[in-house]
Design a protein around this ligand. Structure first.
Ligand code: ADP
Ligand code: ZN
Ligand code: ZN
Length: 727
């Protein structure tokens, strides 16, 4: 029978498209991929609805499906429904939501088939035969295992041995079978740490109720052994035949983190992040879907991975802003993970040393259970923090005399020092002393940053590059001066101060090459590099045992930012950076250089701890009705013409006003704080409400009409639900 298929197509339109299915060889199912012609292009879409044809007239108007790609649903039901929820909640076109949820190769027409590889085992008949050396090695290697071993693993252990394997097969000493290809080989299993009482309590508590939805906030100070807790919990879950989904932030930590899981779990682990090849990502996704991977470790988008028998979700560093996607489908992986856990009726553990205000608020409201780890697992003490006045630093170097002396002392004791400055490049300003000319970007409302080693000026917002000039373009004669300090300058200065000591810089510029970051981390761990200068890339998660001094330079930026989340982020950052010191046997200390040593923020941070500051900020937010106490949505627009973005948003405002939704407060439209970026003028409209629902109702009623505005096709615009960034 001919049916009509409703197809989600990857395009910005907020609707599904109907096609006729004339092919009777495959019964269409929700979640299958189809090939359709759409605006004279061939696109892969997903079947999201099936209905019967009502009249021949209807038939005449519709195009026919080109092909059904899958012979069974690619996307399992739970994932399918999750993506529909995502499309509803974020008011984002369904076709694009499916795109975001699938690995690249499955967005295309590639068959959803798992790759296999040869597995080898000794046959039951081991008669005496004359064997070559390699052949003997293979026999004795396989004798250690009771199950079949993959050719990949044998090759890694013994070197290339393909022909020997096949001749052993001919001699009937080995048997071969094709099995699904796993991506990571199992590591050498090492003994577990015996958990501390606090750690054990956390594992036991989560385990006790692991058959129902229970959200936990695991607040454990830096180095308190959270990762160890994740591993033990995962072990219990997979031992009863279930799978674990573990999300980690988008920083260079994956290798270290995965390594620890591999060392402690005899399990099939797959990794999903941007460093994994497209082929492996597809394999990993399918392994997880079919229940053949026990543990999925991935960044933000891994939250969509289907898991046949999911038993727990763990989010490490749950406060990290990389869980929020900032373009396209602007989702928050933590929010989606919570919905997933609720629907699957499983526990979810949100771990952090610096929990987000969202999660702390949910604890306060009784929605999450808080679990705490208050001591470092190794027994090390948290370092002391000292404020240092940055006024009068040594010859404009950016380093105060007190900090300089502290560095000198630690170096002489053969310890490592970490200096943190949140600005890459050499200097943030290039300026003429006579006429006040400043090097600015022509496409953005921003200054150009001096990158001295490459002899360029670079805009960090749009990537525009100019040659570094020596003389002022306005008054021609005067030499230009730089102001402020970036990572490159700090590196140079320190190398001059300490010529005998190896200084290493870790920022986006120094880690662009493949493996650069991993190599640097290895160098630090082996103790080669003594002074480490870095941006926030270095602030999180790392476990360097020999760092005894951490210096935070130019920490004031966050105190005066227009962003309402700035103080929260600053408190998290400082706490995280602080956590890098004194992790090993030697005690650590932290110096924070500020021009505002008496600011209440710093007083609170030194006198109390992160929890105290977080509570204070949360109270302020509650008084202002700001998230997490209230709900926000930003409608953004941008265009090359200055007036159009504002004009579009004014028209959108009119549409909103027609719905008479009184509960939602609408602010704007206003130009964005950095109005011009990459040649486009940006503006925004802010919707705010004490509750979440009225905002969604308002959007549900208005988005269609707004999409139909003439300007909606002209300007770029987007909806950002629960924005983390209002800048
Ligand atoms: P976090 O994830 O909270 O920062 P980690 O799990 O990385 O903490 O643990 C910090 C350090 O303490 C690591 O070197 C880890 O091997 C060690 N560690 C964790 N748990 C224990 C334990 N129960 N006994 C001894 N050492 C531990
Ligand atoms: Zn000048
Ligand atoms: Zn720019």
């Amino acid at each position: 029978m001919t049916s009509i298929l409703h197809i989600a197509i990857p395009c910005p339109l907020r609707t599904v498209f109907d096609y006729i299915n004339a092919d009777s060889s495959i019964t269409p199912q929700l979640g299958m991929r189809v090939l359709v012609s759409f605006r004279s292009r061939q696109l892969v879409g997903i079947i999201v609805g099936i209905s019967t044809l009502r009249s021949e007239k209807q038939n005449a108007k519709l195009k026919t499906i080109e092909k059904i790609i899958d012979d069974q649903a690619l996307i399992p039901k739970t994932t399918f429904e999750l993506i529909q929820w995502v499309s509803d909640y974020y008011h984002h076109p369904m076709g694009e939501c499916f795109q975001a949820a699938l690995p690249k190769k499955l967005r295309q027409q590639e068959p959803a088939e798992l790759k296999t590889e040869a597995y080898w085992a000794l046959s039951s008949d081991q008669s005496e035969q004359k064997l070559g050396k390699k052949q003997q090695q293979i026999i004795s290697y396989l004798a250690d295992y009771s199950n079949a071993i993959s050719q990949q693993q044998i090759t890694i252990a013994l070197g290339s041995c393909k022909s020997s394997l096949f001749s052993l097969e001919q001699k009937k000493l080995l048997t071969q079978q094709q099995q699904v290809k796993q991506i990571l080989l199992n590591g050498d299993i090492q003994p577990y740490h015996i958990l501390s009482k606090q750690q054990q309590y956390v594992v036991d508590t989560v385990w006790e109720n692991h058959n129902s939805f229970n959200p936990y906030l695991l607040h454990g100070i830096t180095g308190s052994g959270k990762t160890e807790v994740y591993i033990q919990l995962t072990k219990k879950i997979i031992e009863q035949g279930q799978q674990a989904l573990i999300l980690i932030p988008e920083i260079g930590l994956t290798t270290q983190f995965v390594q620890r899981f591999r060392q402690h779990l005899d399990a099939n682990i797959v990794v999903l992040n941007s460093a994994v090849s497209d082929g492996d990502r597809k394999q990993a996704w399918l392994l997880a879907r079919d229940g053949l991977a026990d543990v999925v470790i991935g960044t933000r988008s891994a939250v969509f991975t289907p898991l046949k028998n999911i038993g727990v979700i763990i989010i490490d560093e749950e406060h990290d802003s990389s869980y929020k996607q900032q373009d396209g489908l602007r989702y928050h992986a933590r929010s989606i993970a919570l919905i997933r856990a609720q629907r699957a009726e499983i526990p979810i553990v949100l771990g952090s040393a610096t929990p987000s205000l969202e999660s702390l608020y949910n604890v306060e409201q009784g929605r999450y259970t808080q679990l705490t780890l208050t001591e470092r697992a190794t027994g090390a003490k948290l370092p002391k923090i000292r404020m240092v006045d940055s006024e009068g630093p040594t010859a404009n170097s950016g380093i105060s005399t007190i900090l300089y002396k502290a560095i000198q002392q630690q170096i002489s004791l053969d310890n490592q020092v970490l200096l943190f400055i949140n600005r890459r490049g050499f200097a943030p300003v290039l300026m003429c002393h006579d006429c006040n000319w400043i090097a600015s970007c022509t496409s953005c409302d921003a200054k150009m940053i001096v990158h001295q080693s490459r002899h360029i000026l670079m805009c960090h917002h749009c990537g525009l590059i100019h040659r570094l000039i020596q003389y002022c373009p306005t008054c021609k004669t005067t030499e230009l001066k730089t102001y402020g300090v970036g990572t490159q300058q700090l590196e140079q200065t320190l190398q001059q101060y300490f010529p005998e000591t190896s200084v290493i810089r870790i920022d986006r510029d120094s880690t662009q090459k493949v493996n650069a970051f991993a190599n640097i981390v290895a160098d630090i761990q082996q103790g080669g590099a003594k002074i480490l200068v870095g941006t926030q890339m270095l602030a999180k998660g790392h476990d360097f045992h020999n760092v005894t001094l951490v210096g935070v330079l130019d920490a004031d930026q966050g105190l005066f930012s227009a962003d309402f989340r700035a103080t929260e982020s600053l408190a998290q950052l400082i706490t995280q950076v602080t956590g890098r010191a004194g992790r090993g046997e030697k005690a650590g200390e932290v110096f924070i250089q500020t021009s505002q040593p008496n600011h209440t923020f710093w007083k609170a941070l030194i006198g109390h701890d992160y929890s105290y500051i977080a509570k204070t900020i949360l109270q302020q937010r509650q008084q202002m009705g700001m998230p997490p106490a209230g709900s926000l949505c930003v409608i953004r627009a941008e265009d090359k013409q200055q007036s159009l973005a504002m004009l579009f948003l004014s028209e959108a405002l009119e549409v909103f006003n027609q719905t008479h939704q009184q509960q939602v407060m609408i602010l704007g439209p206003v130009p964005a704080i950095m109005e011009k970026r990459a040649g486009r003028y940006r503006a925004q409209l802010l919707l705010s409400c004490e509750q979440r629902k009225p905002i969604h109702q308002l959007l549900d009623h208005s988005i269609d009409a707004i999409s139909k505005l003439k300007l909606a096709r002209k300007v770029r615009w987007s909806i950002d639900i629960d924005p983390v960034d209002l800048m």
